[in-house]
Design a protein around this ligand. Structure first.
Ligand code: IMP
Ligand code: MG
Length: 181
């Protein structure tokens, strides 16, 4: 694709790591039922691949959030545009995210979800952009630590596109200049 400047994580690298994460989660939870809470839309591809490698019983639920503020700067004020279908009270919940960047979105979500009294609440993110963090977040399962650059593919979008691409790439600057910080 013309938009690709550089592939950061190949399909094979991602699949290998996702399998490892699934195995680690299965070991940690054993026969306990896990609610995999996918944050739409970015977490969807990761959820599907990850769940294939989890041997513990699993149920899915989905949440959709949008950040107030402009398109390029996470404000930390989050609006829930689609809430969970089931109560998570007393459940073992793992949040499945594509990427944690500033951490502002997740920090809001964690507060919100903790108040619903799950038995446990953990975070599994494919990508972790630690260098850009504005609030500290304890992440339990990380696929890859990535540098602070704009990434697209495998769930991550640019103007809602390219979420379906099976690898993660840096787009050519001429495509996104003036669009993201
Ligand atoms: P945070 O509140 O800054 O942690 O925002 C996290 C959300 O911003 C992620 O769930 C993504 O939807 C989006 N995001 C952060 N970094 C990137 C990126 O490099 N490419 C595409 N989306 C990103
Ligand atoms: Mg996301």
């Amino acid at each position: 694709m013309d938009i690709v400047e550089r592939i950061v994580l190949s399909e094979e690298q991602i699949q290998t790591r996702v399998q490892e994460l699934g195995q680690a989660i299965s070991q940690d939870y054993g026969d306990e039922c896990i609610t995999l809470l996918c944050i739409l839309k970015g977490g969807l591809m990761f959820l599907c691949d990850l769940a294939k490698h989890i041997t513990s019983p699993v149920v899915y639920d989905f949440m959709s959030v949008s950040s107030y503020g402009d398109a390029t700067q996470s404000s930390g004020v989050v609006r829930i545009t689609k809430d969970l279908e089931e109560s998570i009270e007393g459940k073992h919940v793992i949040i499945v995210e594509d990427i944690i960047d500033t951490g502002l979105t997740l920090s809001y979500l964690l507060n919100n979800l903790h108040s619903r009294n799950p038995a446990s609440l953990r975070i599994c993110t494919l990508l972790n952009k630690e260098a850009h963090r504005k609030v500290e977040i304890a992440v339990d399962y990380v696929g890859f630590d990535v540098p602070n650059e704009f990434l697209v593919g495998y769930g991550l979008d640019f103007k809602q596109l390219y979420r379906n691409i099976p690898y993660v790439f840096v787009p050519k600057p001429e495509y996104y200049q003036d669009q993201v910080d």
